[in-house]
Design a protein around this ligand. Structure first.
Ligand code: SF4
Length: 246
């Protein structure tokens, strides 16, 4: 079994990575903009709180593909990841491995948000909660880029990530994907999976990325989310110019 890889950054680093545009989008603000004034003050308070008190968690584990069928992927060692969407993507790119990724903003966000709501400060609670979601999404992007850079050194690249419940991949895959990540581990930090398929803390995501060895549109990470935010030079698989952090 491949080892569990800890990619967790510092809270301050993650707080700084969340862009205003992404945070505004998750706050459902018109035109995804954080104008100056009370909204920006609340947003910056949430960012500062996370930088000081958050605890982001990013973990990954590689699984070796034994067989790709029409409706799922068999892994060496006995695991199965179900889903025709996943199987089709992996087969199309001749993937040889998958990497399961967990990204979480950490339990402190849920606790602080609940406390704000209980204190009759719903705006503070909402801004904290949405900042946690922004952290989890950005942490997943950053983790995929870090893994892609490791893979490039081996002559491999990563496929676009896929999460259970999104993009045609059934939520039922959450359990098997959790099984791949947690195999042999006492725990996955502060993150747990409920029987319903929901993760706790709430701002947590699971995803899988295929690992492939050839170039081509099917065998590259999303340029917008990865290559444009990755300064690795040279990279045999680059799909778009570097333009700074995504
Ligand atoms: S430039 Fe793109 S393909 Fe190359 S390592 Fe970075 S993210 Fe991966």
């Amino acid at each position: 079994m491949n080892p569990l890889c800890d990619l967790s950054p510092t809270a301050a680093a993650m707080a700084a990575r969340v862009s205003d545009a992404e945070y505004a989008r998750l706050l459902l603000l018109p035109r995804a903009r954080l104008a100056d004034g009370p909204l920006r003050e609340r947003a910056e308070a949430a960012r500062a709180w996370y930088a000081a008190s958050g605890r982001p968690v990013a973990l990954a584990r590689v699984g070796e593909i034994a067989r790709v069928s029409d409706d799922g992927v068999d892994l060496h060692g006995g695991g199965v990841l179900p889903g025709a969407e996943l199987a089709g993507r992996l087969r199309g790119a001749s993937a040889t491995r998958v990497t399961a990724v967990l990204a979480s903003a950490g339990p402190e966000v849920d606790a602080a948000s609940a406390e704000a709501w209980a204190d009759d400060r719903p705006d503070d609670g909402f801004f904290l909660e949405r900042f946690g979601v922004a952290v989890a999404e950005e942490l997943l992007r950053a983790s995929v880029v870090a893994l892609c850079r490791q893979a490039e050194a081996r002559g491999e690249t990563l496929l676009p990530h896929l999460s259970p419940g999104c993009g045609g991949w059934e939520l039922e895959a959450q359990g098997p994907l959790w099984g791949l990540l947690s195999a042999g581990a006492a725990s996955l930090g502060p993150v747990t999976l409920h029987a319903s398929g929901q993760l706790a803390p709430k701002a947590s995501l699971l995803a899988v990325v295929g690992v492939a060895t050839r170039t081509g549109s099917a065998a590259s990470v999303s340029p917008r989310d990865a290559c444009r935010g990755c300064d690795l030079q040279p990279c045999a698989f680059r799909r778009a110019p570097y333009r700074g952090a995504a």
